[in-house]
Design a protein around this ligand. Sequence first.
Ligand code: AMP
Length: 144
Amino acid sequence: MSTLVKNILDVKGRSVVTTGSATSLGEAAKILSENRIGALVVVAPDGKIAGIFTERDVVNAVAKSGRESLDQPLAGLMTAKVYRCKEDSTVDELMELMTKRRFRHVPVEDKGKLSGIISIGDVVKSRIREIELETEQIKAYIAG
Ligand code: AMP
């Protein structure tokens, strides 16, 4: 059976770096760099997810507006329609979603609240672990 999102979060933790939609692109780039992450979840004052802003959006904004983009707020640069998953979503489901929609980050929502974020790196790590375990089981079966 495929690993659950919950299993990944239990190991990596549930904290998510967030910001508001008034944050400028320049500030957002700093937050991404300082935290060594590729995505920021943009939240509304009530804590609900308002959008997602990733390093890809930095590239797109700079390509479009040059240095002027640095002062622009995330509100107009982020992706507002955010695909989310649940703690009981499977890694297989996330792999399919990321491949189909061509993004590398999926926020996790539990009872309407942000409870973590899964990156493509987490998905790859988890798949490799699954394959290693399967290989060990097959080897043990053959030997046994
Ligand atoms: P990424 O590959 O995650 O850097 O994102 C590529 C593009 O998809 C960027 O424009 C992001 O804003 C957008 N994006 C990233 N994650 C999501 C998501 N979970 N739902 C919707 N859009 C997303």
